[in-house]
Design a protein around this ligand. Structure first.
Ligand SMILES: [Zn+2]
Length: 416
């Protein structure tokens, strides 16, 4: 099996098979979290190829280029889980489910891979588990400050051996929105298996290819997400590492995700997971034709969105962006929507992005209060996956203009 952990991907990231089929090309793009300071606007910017390709053998949709993880998840990585209400709710729910279905003893160990600021673990700490996070970015410091013990490092063989020696095996391992992010997938799965107690459970949450295709969420394709999972390749990946997928469910997190439960050894799979796999099969989710159709719709939406904004701009409209999530940057770069079209992007108070500029498109990020002072004619809702919730909130807070939803079909909404 060919190893490809950094750089161009010449063999499938999960099964190692060659012959990857090109599906969608989003051009060369900067790293989504590399927001620029003012002086950065006068320097060159590094970009990386951003293309999704399909493995014909295992059906994994994946990027064809893996940047160095130190570049994608640097110590100054700004994302904080605890600022996203949807994720706080999601992780509370997960803690309740696990307490009910996979009961643990007080003091049993839970390890969260890519634990960010410790938001997921805090719910388990409250329920009496011994918690440990592993997180390479500076979010680890925030977690430690909040009393969530966190090792600031990448989750690798060395860290796993250290944890086993110092804390023992884990009764629960979680990997929420990181199972598709870590570059060597087979090694990742083996490290998890190696750390998991024989009666333990491993839970991963990843964006689900079914949601990406159904809702045309091609803006979630960027360098942090190296793989776009359906159940078939996940099942194979777990089995190769000595685990079994025992259950799976669709959840609403991150615009639609798949939560997968696994145990060590050979176990039967639940009927609801079987159901989901059957639905994937019926939808032709990993067929070349389905995915090329998805790509064609993405290209069309890109052109329509740019045309809509240019038309409004030509009519003299003032347009700002509502929020500046990571996932908006591939969309803005792909559609060539930059600071000549959007006056600024308004972010929630306290966001570390305020005062910086969006990578590649150089739109200034400001405190969202500016939107209420300025009253631009339109705001482009970049977190469109939680669009209804945001629109309601911003309308209630006093914004009087119109909203533009960029995807799946670019359109103006004028809610009262
Ligand atoms: Zn494959």
């Amino acid at each position: 099996m060919k190893k490809n952990t950094i750089g161009r991907v010449l063999a499938c990231q999960v099964c190692g098979s060659g012959g990857l089929t090109p599906i969608l090309s989003l051009g060369h793009q900067p790293i989504v979290q590399e927001y620029l300071k003012e002086e950065g606007l006068h320097e060159p910017e590094v970009t990386y190829p951003l293309n999704a390709v399909l493995c014909r053998k295992c059906g994994l949709l994946q990027l064809d280029y893996i940047p160095d993880p130190k570049v994608v998840f640097p110590p100054h990585y700004p994302y904080r889980t605890g600022l996203t209400n949807m994720l706080i709710r999601n992780f509370r729910e997960l803690a309740d489910i696990l307490e009910r279905d996979y009961p643990w003893k007080k003091g049993d160990l839970i390890v969260d891979v890519g634990s960010n600021d410790g938001t997921l673990l805090s719910g388990f700490k409250d329920k009496g588990m011994k918690v440990l996070g592993v997180e390479p970015t500076g979010a680890a410091k925030v977690a430690n400050k909040n009393g969530i013990k966190t090792i600031q490092d990448f989750f690798n063989n060395k860290v796993v051996n250290y944890i086993k020696k110092k804390y023992g095996l884990a009764k629960v391992i979680t990997a929420a929105n990181v199972f598709a992010h870590i570059n060597d997938a087979p090694a990742l799965a083996k490290n998890i298996s190696n750390l998991l107690d024989k009666n333990g459970v491993f839970i991963s949450e990843s964006q689900y290819l079914m949601d990406i295709v159904e809702k045309l969420e091609f803006d979630t394709i960027y360098h942090e997400h190296l793989r776009f999972y359906s159940l078939k390749p996940i099942k194979g990946l777990l089995e190769d590492a000595g685990m079994s997928m025992i259950d799976a469910e669709r959840i609403s997190a991150a615009g639609g995700s798949i939560r997968v439960y696994a145990k060590k050894g050979k176990w039967p799979v639940s009927s609801r997971a079987k159901d989901l796999m059957r639905k994937e099969e019926e939808a032709g989710l990993t067929d070349e034709k389905t995915l090329l159709d998805f790509a064609a719709k993405a290209y069309e939406a890109k052109n329509d969105l740019l045309a809509l904004l240019l038309k409004l701009k030509k009519g003299g409209a003032r347009i700002a962006a509502l929020t500046s999530p990571a996932r908006s940057n591939p969309l803005l770069n792909f559609t060539k929507i930059n600071d000549t079209i959007l006056d600024y992007a308004g972010e929630k108070k306290g966001s570390p992005k305020i005062g910086l500029y969006t990578p590649g498109t150089h739109i200034r990020v400001v405190d969202e209060s500016r939107i209420f002072e300025d009253q631009p004619d339109y705001v482009l809702v970049l977190s469109w996956h939680i669009g209804q919730e945001l629109i309601k909130k911003v309308r209630e807070a006093g914004y009087k203009g119109k909203f533009i939803l960029p995807l799946p079909v670019p359109r103006i909404v004028n809610l009262k």
